[in-house]
Design a protein. Structure first.
Length: 134
């Protein structure tokens, strides 16, 4: 199976929302608005269109996104598209396509960022008392 990588750049439409699975795995959902602007060749007027993309990220990326990003932030997201299906209480089948993020970063086109490395602690290091900078 081939997975095609997809990259989008846009602005967060809401603050990231973090949740945890029953197993304790972090997952964060967010939405990105991507604006396009072009000049109509016939009318010579500028036209605009906005597309909205639902993003899902997992584990360390999910926690870092929830701690770092807020509504309005301009981001670049790389990941793969996945379709999720479910059945409503009325028995209808619904589906939705989401971008499952592999990487999310602040866009430097209109802003600057400060990067801070996160200290990770593995179970083995906790037992020996060592720290492991990620």
């Amino acid at each position: 199976m081939t997975i095609t990588s997809t990259t989008i750049a846009g602005n967060l439409t809401r603050d990231p929302e973090i949740r945890y699975t029953r197993d304790g795995q972090a997952t964060t959902s967010l939405s990105v608005a991507v604006n396009r602007r072009w000049q109509n060749r016939q009318t010579q007027k500028w036209e605009e269109s906005t597309s909205f993309f639902d993003i899902v990220c997992w584990l360390d990326l999910a926690e870092n996104v929830a701690l770092s990003l807020t509504k309005g932030a301009r981001v670049v997201v790389t990941g793969h598209l996945e379709e999720r299906r479910w059945e409503t209480e009325d028995g209808e089948t619904r589906s939705k396509v989401e971008l499952v993020a592999d990487e999310i970063g602040g866009s430097l086109r209109f802003a600057t960022v400060d990067i801070h490395k996160v200290q990770r602690h593995s179970l083995a290091n906790e037992l020996t008392g060592e720290t492991n900078p990620a």
